[in-house]
Design a protein around this ligand. Sequence first.
Ligand code: ATP
Ligand code: MG
Ligand code: MG
Length: 388
Amino acid sequence: MDKVVGILGGGQLGRMLAQAASLLNIDVVILDVGPATPAKQVVASRVPHLSHIDGSFADPTAIRTLASKADVLTVEIEHVDADVLEEVRSALPLGVHPAPATIRIIQDKFAQKEHLSARGCLVSKFLRLESSVEAIRDAVHSLGLPLMLKSRTLAYDGRGNFVLKSETQIADALAALGDRPLYAEKWVPFVKEIAVMVVRSARGEVLSYPAVETVHKDNICHLVFAPLRDRDPAVQARARKIAEDAVRTFSGAGIFGVEMFLMADGQVFLNEIAPRPHNSGHYTIEACETSQYENHLRAILGLPLGSPALKVPSAAMLNILGASSSMNDVTTLAQAALTVPGARVHLYGKAACRAGRKMGHITLVAPSDAELRTRLRPLFAALPGTSL
Ligand code: ATP
Ligand code: MG
Ligand code: MG
C-alpha cells in the first residue's frame, strides 16, 4: 500500500495494529520506550530510515521524529501530547488520526463528559471537583452515595477511580487519588456493561460493530461476549445508534471504542470513549469480516472500510491477566486454550508479569451460545475463581 503509519505507543494494541498492517504491506514505525516493546517485536523495518523509535509517546522531540518518517500518525493510547500532534499535523500527507482535538477532549475524562452531554448524549450526572474534603462532601450531598470519584487524566483499568461508599472514606479517597485533578460521577446501577466499536472513514462514513457485553473484574475488562444478548432485542440496535452518534460528535478518522451502561429499563448511558482500538474489540480479529485493527488502518489511510459484521454465530474474548510476577498462570491458561476448538491464543510478549497486567487474551468462536459456553468451561477451570 506504499504508506507509512507512525504509531504512538507500542503495547498490545500497537502489536495487533502492526500485525494487521503487515497483511496489507503497510509500513509501521512505532514510538515507545525500549527496543522490543510488544508492537516492535512483530514488525521489522523494511528500510533503515523506517526503524522504530526508542522514546516516549509524550516526548515532543520523539513525536516530531516519528512524524518525519510517516505519512500519517495514529495512537494506541490517548495519553499523548496533543499539542505536538496538532503542530505536526499539517506537515503530514495524511494528517493525524484521530484528530488531535479529539484526543485532547477524550484524554480529560471530565472534558469528554462535558463534550458528550452538551451534544445530547446521555451520561450520568457529573461534577467538577476540587481535591478537598469539603468539595467531596458537597458532591456527596448533590449526587448521593455510592459516589464514583475519578481522576480526569491518565486513567486506565480503573486506576484513577475510587468508589466512595461513605463519607468516612473521604480521606482515603484523597490519599488514593493523590493530587490528581478529579471529578465526581453519580453512581450508575447498571445491569450490564456493553460496548460498541465504531469506525469512521476519512470521508465521514460511520460504521458500527455489533454491541457486545463486557464483564469487568476489579475494574479490568475480563470477558467479552459477542454479540450482546438481551431479553429486549431492540437494545442491540439502540446501543449501536448511540455509539455511532457519540462518535459523530468527534472529528477525525479511525476506530473508537464506546463503553456504555445498560439499565434495567433498557436505557443506555455512555460511560467513556476510547479514540483507538479497544480491548472490547479484540474479538473482531477472529469473529468479524474485518477486524477493528484493519478497519482503523483503512480509515486513516483513506482506503474503503470493510464490513464490521460478525461471521460466526457466537464469540467470546477472555483476557489473560497476570496473577503475580510469575508467568505460570498465564502459561497454564494459554496452554489450556490450545486444546479447545475455536480458541485462538494471543500472547503479547510483555517483558514482565504483574498482578492485573494484561498479558494476552483468548478469542473463542462457536456455532452457538451453548457451544461457546461449553468451550469456555475448560478455560475457566484453568482460571481460579472464575465461573460462568
Ligand atoms: P478503561 O480501562 O476502560 O479506560 P478507566 O480507568 O478509564 O477504564 P472507567 O471506564 O471510567 O475507568 O471505569 C472503570 C469501571 O468502573 C467501569 O467499567 C465500570 O465498571 C465502573 N464505573 C465507572 N463509572 C461508573 C459509574 N458512574 N457508576 C458505576 N460504575 C462505574
Ligand atoms: Mg478509560
Ligand atoms: Mg473504561
